[in-house]
Design a protein around this ligand. Structure first.
Ligand code: SF4
Length: 427
C-alpha cells in the first residue's frame, strides 16, 4: 500500500496553510497526568486547582482506585484569594504532609491550572522553595496544565520541558529518546535500537528518577510524540541536537524514524535490514488486514491531539485514504516538516481553529471519517458523520511496528460499526 517516497504530486510542506484564530474546541492539559503518572512510577502530580480540576482528573482517570494514588488536587477555595501568603504556607504544609506519608515519592510536580486564583500563585517560586526543603530525596518541579488556550497534549510537553533544565550536564555522545510511551511499546523501541548496536541511550521521562539521564552538546535526541515543541526547544537550549524524522506511526513512519537514528549512528544497511525486515513485514500484513475498511475513504482532521499530521500521512500512504483537511493546533516545521514532506499534496492544511467555520467545511465535505475532540464527536455523529475521538489515539498504544495494525483498526472501527448498523437497518 505504500506510496512512492516522496509523493509523486509533491508533499504538503510548502502547501499554503489556513491559519485560524477563532474559538477553539480543546481539552484541558491536566489530562496528560493520566498517562504520565503511570509512566513515572516515583512521581506525584499535585494539581493546584479548583474542584473542577479535581472532577476532571477523576473522570478522565475513570474509576481508578489505587492504594497509593500518584496524583491529587490541592483545592484552592475562592476565599484563599485574600491571602496569597497563606496559600503558600498551606501548600508547604500539604506537601510536607504528603511527602512524610509517601517516602516512595522522588519527584513532585506542582501542576498549575487556569482558575484566576491559581494563576496568581507563583508555583515556580514554590517549587524552588520546596526543592530546597526536601532535597536530595525529592525533586520538586512545576508546570502548567491550564486548559486556557492549550491542547490536552501540551500537558506532557510542559511536564517534560520542566525536567530538561535540571538534567545533569554531560559531554557523552548519547541518544535521548523523548516522549512518554506505554512500557511495552518503549521496550520494543529500545529492543530495535539495541539490536542495531545503539546502546548509549536514555529515556525522557525515565520510569524512575534517574541520575544518569543527562544532556549536553554531544546529545542527540529523537522525539516519539509530535506535540513536544517546548521540550524540543528546551533540549536545544541545553546544546542537544534533534534528529528530524517522520514520527513512528505505521510501518513507513517507524522505518523512517529508525533509519534517521541508524544513519546518525552509522548503522550499516545490512544490519538495519536484518533488524527491521521481520517486524516490517508483520506490520505491513497487519495494516493491510485492518485497513480494508479504510481503502478509498476520506478523512477530515479537526485540530486536537497534535498527532494529526503524522496520522494523516499514515492513513493516506499506508491505508489508502484521502485527506480532505488536516487541522493541527500548532505546526512546527522542525517537528512536522518530515511528515508534511510525505503527505501527498491535496488536503487543506490548517493551523489553529475557528470551530464554527471548520464545522461548516466538514459538513459541506461530508467526510467518511472525522477525527475530532470529544465535544464535537457526538453532535457530528448525530448528523450522520462517523467520528474517531482524537484522545483515544493518545491513550492507546499505537507507535512502532507491532502496534501498526491496531492503529489502522482504531480508524476502521467507526466505519465498520456504521456499515454493520446499515446492514441491520436494511434487514
Ligand atoms: S485547569 Fe482549567 S480547564 Fe482544566 S480542569 Fe482546571 S479549571 Fe478546567
Amino acid at each position: 500500500m505504500n506510496r512512492p517516497f516522496p509523493p509523486e504530486n509533491g508533499g504538503c510542506r510548502s502547501a499554503p496553510v489556513l491559519k485560524e484564530r477563532g474559538q477553539r474546541e480543546v481539552f484541558c492539559g491536566l489530562t496528560g497526568i493520566i498517562w504520565l503518572h503511570r509512566k513515572m512510577q516515583d512521581a506525584f502530580f499535585l494539581v493546584v486547582g479548583s474542584r473542577t480540576c479535581a472532577h476532571l482528573l477523576q473522570s478522565a482517570a475513570g474509576v481508578m482506585i489505587f492504594a497509593e494514588p500518584r496524583f491529587g488536587t490541592a483545592i484552592l477555595e475562592e476565599t484563599d484569594l485574600a491571602g496569597m501568603a497563606d496559600a503558600h504556607a498551606e501548600l508547604d504544609r500539604e506537601v510536607a504532609r504528603l511527602l512524610e506519608r509517601r517516602p516512595d515519592i522522588r519527584q513532585l510536580f506542582l501542576v498549575g491550572s487556569c482558575p484566576s486564583e491559581v494563576i496568581k500563585i507563583d508555583l515556580a517560586r514554590a517549587a524552588e522553595r520546596l526543592s530546597q526543603v526536601h532535597a536530595p530525596h525529592v525533586r520538586v518541579l512545576n508546570y502548567s496544565g491550564s486548559g486556557i488556550e492549550t491542547t490536552f497534549t501540551q500537558g506532557e510537553d510542559a511536564c517534560l520541558a520542566s525536567m530538561v533544565p535540571v538534567l545533569k550536564e554531560t559531554t557523552a555522545r548519547e541518544l535521548l529518546l523523548v516522549g512518554a510511551l506505554p512500557d511495552v511499546v518503549e521496550d520494543q523501541m529500545v529492543d530495535l535500537l539495541t539490536k542495531m548496536g545503539i546502546t548509549n541511550l536514555r529515556l525522557l521521562p525515565a520510569r524512575r528518577i534517574d541520575e544518569t539521564t543527562a544532556v549536553g552538546p554531544n546529545t542527540v535526541f529523537a522525539l516519539t510524540q509530535p506535540f513536544l515543541g517546548d521540550t524540543h526547544a528546551a533540549l536545544e537550549r541545553r546544546g542537544a541536537r534533534h534528529i528530524t524524522a517522520p514520527f513512528p506511526f505505521g510501518e513507513e513512519g517507524t522505518t523512517a524514524w529508525l533509519r534517521a537514528i541508524a544513519t546518525e549512528f552509522d548503522v550499516s544497511e545490512d544490519l538495519f535490514d536484518e533488524v527491521t525486515s521481520a517486524p516490517r513485514a508483520r506490520a505491513r500484513k497487519a495494516i493491510a488486514q485492518a485497513a480494508e475498511a479504510l481503502l478509498g475513504k476520506s478523512v477530515f482532521f479537526f485540530p486536537d491531539s497534535q498527532l494529526e499530521i503524522p496520522l494523516a500521512r499514515f492513513l493516506t500512504r499506508e491505508c489508502g485514504m484521502s485527506a480532505i483537511e488536516v487541522g493541527s493546533p500548532y505546526i512546527h516545521d522542525a517537528l512536522h516538516g518530515p511528515d508534511l514532506d510525505l503527505l501527498p499534496h491535496g488536503p487543506q492544511i490548517a493551523e489553529g481553529q475557528d470551530v464554527d467555520k471548520q464545522l461548516t467545511r466538514a459538513r459541506n465535505a461530508r467526510p467518511d471519517l472525522t477525527v475530532c475532540g470529544l465535544g464535537l464527536a457526538n453532535p457530528l455523529e448525530a448528523e450522520g458523520l462517523s467520528t474517531k475521538w482524537a484522545i483515544e489515539l493518545v491513550f492507546t498504544p499505537v507507535h512502532f511496528y507491532e502496534q501498526a495494525g491496531d492503529l489502522a483498526s482504531l480508524f476502521a472501527r467507526p466505519l465498520r460499526r456504521k456499515s454493520a448498523l446499515r446492514l441491520e437497518a436494511a434487514e
